[in-house]
Design a protein around this ligand. Structure first.
Ligand code: NAD
Length: 382
């Protein structure tokens, strides 16, 4: 397949398509819905109600698309929410997405992330027009060996905490559904996607690093940062979202060749530890400086120390590659929170302008800027 090099090609593939997004009231689902709408797709979202402070509420996503409130944990509630509608593409993002919450509510995490995935796939396979399904899991689905090498799509599933293992389980559920129900020639195809630690405007989730800093900015209350040495593959939300859109278009246009698992990780420059990412974010904040303290919690739930993703397959077969250097991703994220603080009523236009700028960057064909030399970041903002 020729690489889909710009947004025009994406729009040609997705305009006029009916797309079901689960989790549209969440951070990534909100950005995905906004971009899908810009591409001319008809978007229906199913999720739990948005949090009072969320991307969905700030931008008004639930007024821009057809928003259905529904629970994916049982077939009846999902069926009621979908109301017998038919779709070309299903992008399943709804999840209990926080590692620490998964320690407090493991059964609910498995119900949402594993049973919920089966419930959504069951609904999908009854849609007459379906061409493709994308199940969003996580970089944490892999059996983590705590080694320096990036994980590839064929590495074994695992997960030592309930969230990570629920995402590994969701991958297994999707693989069984693919083999059992989504493998007919010319029939709908199923892919799973694994992205890194996503940053971007409008994430107010608990235990999310930049969200914690955003809450600290202007409040005088420092963010509490755990595990500053843990290395994560940080990336701007529009990077994996573009990958999901390219993959959705490829499933609809080319079918089985694009079924299977896909990593969408950042360039190697973005595999930095939590402490460095926090310093980088603070250095971009100008004006209302956030502050943080490092909180060492003895006996706190364990999280993996090193996690890297290999996205060679997405580069080679889909023509996807990361576009933003880590500094650009952080700057764009901080810009969003600052814009929201200054002019909350204009944040939808601002978010759309960020998609516009990102699409323009894509059209230039330029990669993420080459990794800069590791330099010390001074964690101050003017
Ligand atoms: N944010 C990240 O860094 C990251 C990284 C890798 C993978 N992911 C995955 O991406 C997806 C989206 O993550 P996010 O950061 O936007 O999460 P989020 O917490 O902001 O949003 C979660 C969404 O799922 C919905 N949801 C939760 N339980 C539900 C239920 N029982 N029924 C219906 N809807 C339900 C919520 O209403 C919300 O719309 C998730 O599958 C997550 O595991 C996120």
């Amino acid at each position: 397949m020729a690489a889909m090099l710009d947004e025009t090609a994406l729009s040609q593939a997705l305009s006029g398509r009916r797309v079901l997004v689960t989790g549209h009231t969440g951070f990534k689902g909100g950005w995905l819905s906004l971009w899908l709408r810009r591409l001319g797709a008809t978007v229906v979202g199913v999720a739990l109600p948005p949090a009072r402070q969320s991307f969905c509420t700030a931008v008004g996503i639930d007024r821009l698309i057809e928003s259905r409130i529904g629970d994916i944990r049982t077939e009846n509630t999902l069926r009621e929410a979908i109301g017998g509608q038919d779709f070309d593409l299903v992008i399943h993002m709804a999840a209990q997405a926080i590692v620490r919450t998964s320690y407090e509510a493991p059964v609910d995490t498995y119900m949402t992330n594993v049973v919920g995935t089966a419930v959504v796939l069951e609904a999908a396979r009854r849609m007459p027009s379906l061409g493709g399904v994308i199940v969003v899991t996580s970089d944490k689905c892999y059996e983590n060996r705590e080694w320096v090498w990036p994980y590839r799509e064929r590495d074994p599933m695992g997960g030592r905490d309930p969230y990570s293992s629920s995402k590994g389980c969701a991958e297994l559920v999707a693989a069984a559904y693919r083999a059992s129900f989504f493998s007919a020639a010319g029939g709908p195809q199923l892919a799973t996607v694994r992205a890194g630690n996503v940053i971007g405007g409008g994430d107010w989730g608990t235990d999310r690093l930049v969200a914690d800093l955003a809450r600290s900015a202007g409040s005088g209350v420092p963010a509490r940062i755990r595990n500053p040495v843990n290395v994560r593959p940080w990336q701007h939300v529009l990077e994996p979202v573009r990958g999901y859109l390219m993959l959705g278009a490829a499933l609809l246009d080319h079918g089985a060749r694009f079924a299977g698992a896909w990593n969408f990780g950042p360039g190697a420059d973005a595999d930095v530890n939590v402490g460095r990412l926090a310093d980088l974010a603070v250095s971009k904040w100008r004006g209302e400086c956030p502050d943080y303290i490092i909180e060492r919690q003895d006996g706190a739930p364990a999280e993996s120390v090193v996690l890297r993703l290999d996205s060679t397959k997405a580069r080679a077969e889909l023509g996807w590659k990361p576009l933003l250097h880590l500094e650009e991703a952080v700057a764009s994220t901080v810009d969003w929170y600052r814009a929201h603080r200054r002019e909350p009523e204009r944040i939808r236009a601002f978010s759309e302008s960020q998609i516009n700028d990102y699409a323009a960057r894509w059209a230039t064909g330029k990669d993420a800027a080459p990794a800069q030399e590791e330099k010390e970041v001074i964690a101050t903002c003017a």
